[in-house]
Design a protein around this ligand. Structure first.
Ligand code: KIV
Ligand code: ZN
Length: 494
């Protein structure tokens, strides 16, 4: 633990709805923006940048809608150092206007074509205008990390004298490194007394490291986005920044970290930007263990092969033991025992061999694979009666039919038939299974279709993972033939 920040409070400024929405290919509707704002409120961020109202009428309306939603967090809007931008922001009723102008020579000369003196005056005028209208003001010297330091400090001193509430130091093209960021923020902090905020881009994968370095050097607010979304390689990721602050530095924020994964999933779904499994904290593999040495360790004591200062529970995630070619006996035995299967040592050795054979072929071993292998080795005599025997499952779906599933099964010796609808064919099937199990809730955790061969009659492998309310999960796979692609991207499977 780094002691310098212990118990220091850091404010979290989320810009998912502004810089995050500038992620190439991302465009959110007003409803989606409101949903994300509400989730960020639940998460406990202090302030959000709801948008850039001048960019379109729809954007201004969305920002206003978020302001009117009566959330606990503060709402900020972005504006250039131009009166019409600032007026549009103020008309939305935001708590704070974030005004910015390019200060680096490269941007100043090539884009806005203004002298240093002109930029200085525009910045001061904008801040005075915002303050005269009674809103809080944050000023950003865009491209601060490539700006001449004396000029940068001069402009920050100028806006401070104009009663700006907080200054932001953007690393606009992500060229900072932690030591340089630390030096720059320390220098600014020794010249300016108002709070300092940082906005780091991730072009070299250093956005979080630079944000943490800035906090070490005296910044009291950090700008982040959910899932690290943002221009180009994105911004500092909220989960990594906040968990770094909490778990590595002992600093405090108002974020309720248990909602971090839930928030990441919501933003992933709405933006359609998928997170890689290895994404820290929120990725599917963030707390997954496969190798025998690691799984044995975490089954005995989780902090043997996890940070310990950050657990899956702290961020709303779940620890997972994955079976594959590196699987160890402890993990396999534990998975089997959870399913009521108790192999002898010799049987376990044989099961292990088959699991590793599947892994060696480059395949993932699902729970259903494991149970099938175990049952074939242990023999049916030891299995007891099968609680559920699936007899039939059929799903109807299409562009004009509500997805409907019918399931016939023997449940504890009695035949049951149920039908139910869902938002899609898989959901309909799951709703029907829930109904057949007398409302025993089963939630879809993972559903993937992977093509095995190409062509119009391609073979595909479907991987499915479900979980009950106690977090007990099972996965299975099946191969099927893709009959055709529906024009609305629906897959028809046999
Ligand atoms: O990256 C940047 O400099 C920005 C500013 C608007 C703060 O997004
Ligand atoms: Zn940015």
């Amino acid at each position: 633990m780094i002691e310098s920040l212990r118990n220091k409070h850091i404010s979290i400024f989320d810009t998912t709805l502004r810089d995050g929405e500038q992620t190439p290919g991302v465009s959110l509707t007003s409803d989606e923006k409101l949903l994300i704002a509400q989730q960020l409120d639940k998460l406990g961020v202090d302030i959000i940048e709801a948008g850039f109202p001048m960019s379109s009428d729809g954007e201004a309306a969305s920002v206003k809608r978020i302001v009117d939603a009566g959330l606990n967090l503060q709402v900020c809007g972005l504006a250039r150092v131009i009166k019409s931008d600032i007026d549009t922001c103020l008309d939305c009723g935001v708590d704070m206007v974030h005004t910015f102008v390019s200060t680096s020579d490269v941007q100043r000369i090539s884009t806005i074509k203004k002298s240093r003196e002109e930029v200085y005056k525009m910045a001061i005028d904008a801040v005075e205008y915002i303050k005269d209208h009674g809103a809080k003001c944050m000023f950003s010297a865009m491209d601060a990390t490539r700006t001449d330091v004396d000029y940068l400090i001069n402009i920050y001193k100028g806006v401070e004298a104009a009663h700006c509430d907080i200054i932001n130091v953007p690393d606009t093209v992500g060229v900072g490194v932690p030591s340089a960021t630390c030096k720059l923020i320390s220098e600014i902090a020794s010249n300016v007394k108002i709070p300092i905020d940082v906005h780091c881009h991730n072009d070299f994968g250093l956005a979080v490291a630079n944000s943490l370095a800035a906090v070490e050097a005296g910044a009291s607010q950090v700008q982040v986005t959910i899932n690290g979304l943002g221009e180009r390689a994105g911004n500092a990721d909220l989960a990594e920044t906040v968990m770094g602050l909490h778990s590595l530095y002992g600093a405090k924020t108002n974020v309720n970290t248990r909602y971090i994964v839930e928030t990441s999933h919501l933003v992933e779904r709405l933006t359609e930007v998928r997170m890689p499994p290895t994404m820290p904290i929120v990725g599917e593999n963030a707390f997954a263990h496969e190798s025998g040495i690691h799984t044995h360790g975490v089954l005995v004591r989780s902090d043997t092969f996890e940070p310990g200062v950050m657990t899956p529970e702290m961020v709303g995630h779940r620890r997972r033991i994955v079976l594959g070619k590196h699987a160890g006996k402890h993990a396999v035995k534990q998975s089997l025992e959870c399913a009521g299967l108790h192999p002898t040592d010799a049987q376990l050795n044989e099961i292990m061999k088959r699991v590793k054979d599947i892994g060696d072929k480059g395949k993932r071993v699902t729970d259903a694979d494991l149970y099938a292998i175990a049952e074939s080795i242990i023999g049916t005599a030891t299995k007891g009666e099968q609680a559920i025997v699936l007899k039939e499952v059929s799903v109807m779906t299409g562009n004009i039919i509500t997805p409907t599933a019918t399931v016939k099964a023997i449940v504890n010796g009695k035949e049951r038939i149920c039908a139910n609808v869902g938002v899609g064919p898989v959901d309909a099937a799951l709703q029907t299974v829930t109904c057949i199990l007398d409302d025993y809730k089963v939630k879809l955790r993972d559903f993937r279709i992977e093509a095995i061969s190409g062509g119009s009659d391609a073979l595909a492998e479907v991987l499915i993972g479900v979980e009950d309310e106690k977090g007990r999960a099972v996965s299975a796979r099946a191969r099927m033939r893709i009959l055709s692609w529906h024009p609305w991207k629906r897959l028809w499977l046999r």
